[in-house]
Design a binder for this molecule. Sequence first.
Ligand SMILES: [Zn+2]
Length: 291
Amino acid sequence: MAAFHLSTFAENDKVINFLFPVKTEGIENKISSVFGESRGDHFHNGMDISSNGEPVLAMGEGKILYSRFGEDDPFGDEFGTGNSVWLDHGKGIYTAYYHLKDGRLNGFLEDRILGAGEKIGTTGNTGHSSGAHLHFLVLKDYGKIILDPMKFLPPIEDDTPPQIGNLLVHVGEKFTQINDGENINISQSFPVTVGIQDSGKKPGQRRGVAQIQTFLNGEPLKKAGFSSLNYDRGEWRNPEGFRFGELYYRDQYLLGNLDFRNGENTVRVLTWDFKGNLSEKSFTFYVTRIR
Ligand SMILES: [Zn+2]
């Protein structure tokens, strides 16, 4: 039944009732990747649902904006998105569905209106995809803003706060873990990162980090959210305007190039998940500045 809960999307004066885009059971265990996380050198711009051969459904009533299938150019290179469909829900709101299996459904080259929940394809593994899944996106402003799809889905259980892992200092290709109470020697400022994971009720479930806030010796370093990506000044940015490289370093959350003082230093990390569950962790350590 999980596939047919309703969710409401109020954007300006327009309200869209969005359905879950895959007809499947046990969805709470099938979210394999969430919005805004690091993909090495870019943000993950949608949500991934592990699924193979199941119906993909239009999240809301809309027009077929565009579809692209391997059959359009059988001898060409495969697109990263694989077989994919974009729907136009009006007022600049789109949804998109990637990595679909098989060919285009009949009638998908026409400019026609689909009902909410109408089948638009089948989950597959086409394009840049390792393991069959649906990658789907919710876009507004004609695609210049991408929103966290989690917002528009039926409530997904998550009462477990994010887990804050290791604090790392990166020197070139190498990194060193900074443990609470440790003494470190350092010659200059280097990138400092922290690992954060957010699961649901079970450790293997993926939910997602919604916000981080960091401090060095009581001074705020950064407050950053992950609810949307905005295309601005030639790059995708989070709501505070940070680029990917300002938020992530080597798949960890980047606090910045930190200039530790000689003596005691404290790094404090606060992080919230989508449901507002908060985690907090402090690392206090002793620095000897060397030359
Ligand atoms: Zn994805």
